[in-house]
Design a protein around this ligand. Sequence first.
Ligand code: SF4
Length: 359
Amino acid sequence: MRKLSSSSVRKITATQVDDFTKCSLKFSFTEPTEPTELPKSMGAIQHTNRGDSYTSHQQVGKVLHLAIEMLIKDEALDVDDAWQLAFDRIIGDREAVSEVSVSRNKKRLKRRIQNLREFIDNRAANSNPEIHAEKSLDWNDTRCKLSGKLDLLIVDSVSTIIDHKKGSVVSDGVVEKKHRDQLAFYAHLVYENYDIDRVDCWLFSLKDGLVEVPLTCEDIVLFVEPLLANIEDYNNRVPDEQPAMPSDENCSWCPYCDRCEKFWIKIGSNGFNRLASGEAIAGTILGEISIAKNGKSTFRVDAIEGTKSGEVILTEVPRRVLSNNELSEGDSIKAFHLHGSEDNEILTWDDRNSRLSRN
Ligand code: SF4
């Protein structure tokens, strides 16, 4: 486990701040690993390691970001063309993404893009600011390196940050804390890298449109100072294990449940109210695994830990998950982010979210 010192290659990015703040153990699992250490099988689309594994949802987000970047740089480009170019570049024909999500997000972008273009034109109307898309900025101190890629940065005496989001950013009329924190992180980087008077922070949400997030210099300090103190604590604990913070919210979509002892302990003591990601089991495969003509398999598991206990049936598991894990009768597995139902013991694999590893 590496410290987050500025001399180390490890750094913390704006998108990792939420994980870092909520569960240090989860953050520590995002340590880069060698490709040979790749977990034997995960349900999500994988790249170099599990911390860098991209779900279909994230892939669509990357397409969206690239499409917006193109649309801002080229006013003559329309959304269909930008989307197609971005899709080909990010996804091509290599990996499956949800077509529903693709068409829904493209439709929303068509509705919103003109507002964003006009907003940028207004901000640039009376001066000649630098306009950057996907701008990387760093800041080092003795404790860590903070690093961020800003979706859109307009550098002027009053500068503007805009962060793009597919989904809604407002809950009960208030901008969600994680988005506010992310913008505070970016604003810190902008103040440290440019000689400017002020930064205005905005979100460009496909659902909510342009949403201003007012952040004063004091707000930014109140965010950054505790973050730096937490990083110092994290560094002081290295190389010991970082503390786990199991909760419904933190663990629901955590991709590291199989490596987290506290997660299984909490399930065992009925400590979760409801995991949004569904069922999780640890147990032993019973009997032979048969694969149907459609390449999906069904097998029985004697669950000794998790949201179910006793004999359960795991169904719709793709052949690649079996072969990647070299699974057979008697193997111990952990499987999570599964669909289930209260009234039966059948657990169904969800190809976009479910994960499985052999112990
Ligand atoms: S399962 Fe929960 S407690 Fe464990 S690392 Fe993930 S978020 Fe943290």
